[in-house]
Design a protein around this ligand. Structure first.
Ligand SMILES: Cc1ncc(COP(=O)(O)O)c(C=O)c1O
Length: 388
């Protein structure tokens, strides 16, 4: 098919040319004497993306899932209790990974489309008077349902109850796109991945660790080797890595961090909010419901849109791809066939959004979901024109 693919899945995202060019270089000697001059400022600047001064950032060669594993195995011992809620495929998988890594998971089933169940967390943590729960997990942005949870409220809850559990956050589809403040919100472990807001190829997980979590890692008994914070920390201190780093991706990461900081994190968040509003305006013009149950939960990086009863969202995704070279996200497991997803994070602009919406409304009609062609595009365009 001529022309380019329109990539609107919620990760991997579009890679800006500037980042592609930064990575189009010969491989480098990661033991060269001047390597720390590259690595040390990168570690420092990454902290600005997580909004931390106290925390330490580790870059592992893995997808985001490896970052989950690093967060868990470095700070917990087998049998430790953790509190997690399941309201989408990614919160489900993080809980599963904890279980398989030997943790006792207190799992709160929450309807998909809702966010972290604060009252349930309060009940469980209040009953945990002996502080058996060592970690509270929060999937900040549930990519499967387009739901963003309130991290500040979870922190407040832990503080109110004076509960010492670590607060661990999956920020894989939020960090670098949505407001996130490691220090101010008292987050202990924050996991991110390269192929979303950081606009890079898949292959890096970036984990930010508070002083409290680093202290815990000194006594945690879970087996770990590749993802060990202590060996990473010891090497990173001098500007090195304990094993061959993913050099090409690190060059891209340098450029990505520069781009985000040049734009300014507040502007990055605003841009994502504005594009998300325009996608939601389109969904509303089509007369389609969002999977997220409440406005307060709407994600500014991904919108999961429900198809009418009796229709199959897989048809929309298939038609978008086969007929218009537009990649949309499908519904996962519990919402398979019921929702399709538009990712609007990373390197994006107004006309890219409008193109994706044009392709989506054509694919909707092709799939028997009669929407008025141009209605979503028109609503989004009006919103984009009237906001900055
Ligand atoms: C919220 C969230 N957590 C975890 C993951 C898994 O990350 P990865 O596929 O990079 O391992 C994803 C991937 O989409 C995600 O969106």
């Amino acid at each position: 098919m001529p022309g380019k693919n329109f990539l609107f899945v919620p990760g991997p995202t579009n890679i800006p040319d500037r980042i592609r060019r930064a990575m189009d270089i010969p491989l480098e000697d990661h033991r060269a004497a001047d390597f720390p001059e590259f690595a040390l400022p990168l570690f420092e600047d990454l902290k600005k993306i997580f909004r931390t001064e106290q925390g330490q950032v580790f870059v592992f060669p893995s997808s985001g899932t490896g970052g989950w594993e690093a967060a868990i195995t470095n700070t917990l011992s087998p049998g430790d209790r953790v509190l997690q809620s399941r309201f989408g495929q990614f919160s489900h998988l993080w809980a599963e990974s904890c279980r398989k890594l030997g943790m006792a998971v207190e799992l709160i089933e929450t309807p998909w489309g809702e966010g972290v169940p604060l009252e349930e967390y309060r009940r469980v943590l209040t009953n945990d008077s002996t502080h058996l729960i060592k970690m509270v997990l929060v999937t900040h942005n549930e990519t499967a349902t387009g739901v963003t949870s309130d991290l500040v409220a979870v922190r407040r809850l832990l503080d109110d109850l004076q509960h010492p559990a670590l607060l661990a956050v999956d920020g894989i589809s939020s960090i670098g796109s949505l407001d996130f403040r490691m220090d101010e919100w008292g987050v202990d472990l924050a996991v991110s991945g390269s192929q979303k807001g950081l606009m890079l190829p898949t292959g890096l997980s970036v984990v930010c660790v508070s002083e409290k979590a680093l202290e815990k890692s000194k006594t945690a008994q879970s087996f770990r080797y590749y993802f060990d914070f202590s060996q990473m920390s010891a090497s990173n201190a001098g500007g090195w890595f304990p094993y061959t780093p993913a050099m090409t991706l690190l060059r891209g990461l340098r450029e990505s961090v520069d781009m985000l900081l040049e734009e300014g994190m507040e502007n990055v968040y605003k841009r994502h909010a504005r594009y998300a509003n325009s996608v939601r305006a389109a969904a509303s013009a089509w007369g389609l419901e969002l999977c997220a149950k409440d406005e307060i939960l709407y994600s500014d990086t991904v919108t999961a849109i429900c198809v009418p009863e009796g229709m199959d969202s897989n048809d929309v995704v298939r038609n978008a791809y086969n007929r218009y070279n537009l990649s949309l996200g499908g519904g996962l497991t519990e919402v398979a066939g019921k929702v399709f997803r538009i990712g609007h994070l990373g390197d994006m602009n107004e006309l890219m959004i409008l193109s994706a919406l044009a392709g989506t409304e054509m694919a909707l009609c092709d799939s028997g979901i009669e929407v008025t062609l141009g209605s979503g595009v028109g609503a989004a365009a009006a919103l984009l024109r009237s906001s900055s």
